[in-house]
Write a protein that binds this ligand. Structure first.
Ligand SMILES: NC(=O)c1ccc[n+]([C@@H]2O[C@H](COP(=O)([O-])OP(=O)(O)OC[C@H]3O[C@@H](n4cnc5c(N)ncnc54)[C@H](OP(=O)(O)O)[C@@H]3O)[C@@H](O)[C@H]2O)c1
Length: 266
């Protein structure tokens, strides 16, 4: 993965241009470097190869096309196109085992709000083993099976990111409304998987960052039954998520972030 450096303010850009113009022949490399560091440049990662799981979804498709427009080499896997189905773990294993590393970004953009019912549960009496098992299979176990392959698929000596789309409603401390038992629990469990995986990954992949991301409320088929809610477009969500991913640093591994880059409480 290459990096480019973007200066925050126009006057910093001018300062940079002055430094690089060679107008002061006495300035040595050391002082140039020192001046550059003092300019608070932000680092933007230049991704080279990304694996997008669920690139057929509203957010996954936009992430995929946005990255492709940036020149990133994309490998996409989806249930509808590739029979990559978290309900059938053997399909996940065979597809992932066939991939050739390295990927400097692995993004799990798949998920479901409910499966055996029309909407998430509002009360305890609506709970069913079938719905809970399905939510955990797709939202927790599936991404965990992808993470299982991350040590092999991600480079050991350069920057890489594993990100799974979680949801703010998976935050236990932020839960004031109740309801949505299966979805909430499956995303809370996903967060734990990501956090635990990050600890292990950090032992062998020092420059890897493994995170859970909340995309915001996005206008996709996922939210079509909630017309009254304020939603961002998939395009905006992809832009926001990629801005967060670009800025991630290994110090932040194991974290849970929203699309503004702010940390979400567990
Ligand atoms: N939209 C929101 O407001 C919102 C808010 C918070 C969190 N999120 C999270 O963001 C992620 C993406 O949401 P979205 O809005 O893009 O949803 P979406 O448009 O409904 O897309 C869902 C994606 O998940 C895939 N998928 C569903 N079941 C699967 C299974 N059994 N095996 C493999 N893939 C499966 C779908 O594949 P196929 O289409 O190929 O079947 C599709 O690619 C989800 O994890 C969701 O929880 C979304």
């Amino acid at each position: 993965m290459r990096r480019i450096y973007t200066c925050r303010a126009v006057n910093e850009k001018s300062k940079f241009a002055g430094l690089m113009s060679g107008s002061d022949p006495k300035r040595d490399c050391g002082s140039t470097l020192k001046a550059l560091l003092s300019m608070h440049c932000t680092r933007r990662a230049v991704l080279e190869r990304a694996l997008i799981i669920g690139d057929s979804g509203g957010i996954g498709a936009k992430l995929s096309t946005t990255l492709a427009a940036r020149g990133v080499d994309i490998t996409g896997l989806s249930r509808s196109r590739d029979a990559f189905d978290f309900a059938h773990p053997e399909s996940v294993e065979s597809r992932l085992a066939a991939l050739e590393p390295p990927f400097d970004l692995i993004l799990v953009a798949s998920g479901q709000l409910c499966s055996s019912r029309d909407a998430p549960e509002k009360s305890l009496r609506e709970l069913s083993a079938t719905e809970m098992a399905s939510q955990f299979a797709v939202n927790t176990i599936g991404p965990a099976l992808v993470l299982r392959h991350a040590p092999r698929l991600m480079p050991r000596r350069s920057r890489s990111v594993f990100a799974a789309l979680s949801a703010r409603v998976g935050s236990i401390s932020d839960n004031r409304a109740g309801g949505w038992y299966s979805y909430r629990a499956s995303k809370a469990a996903l967060n734990q998987i990501v956090h635990t995986g990050a600890i292990e990954l950090a032992r062998t992949h020092k420059q890897a960052t493994c995170v859970a991301l909340h995309p915001g409320t996005v206008a996709t088929s996922f939210t079509r039954n909630y017309p009254g809610h304020q939603k961002v477009t998939p395009n905006r969500a992809a832009f926001n998520l990629l801005s967060v991913i670009d800025a991630l640093h290994p110090d932040q591994t194991g974290g849970f972030f929203e699309a503004t880059g702010a940390e979400v409480a567990w």
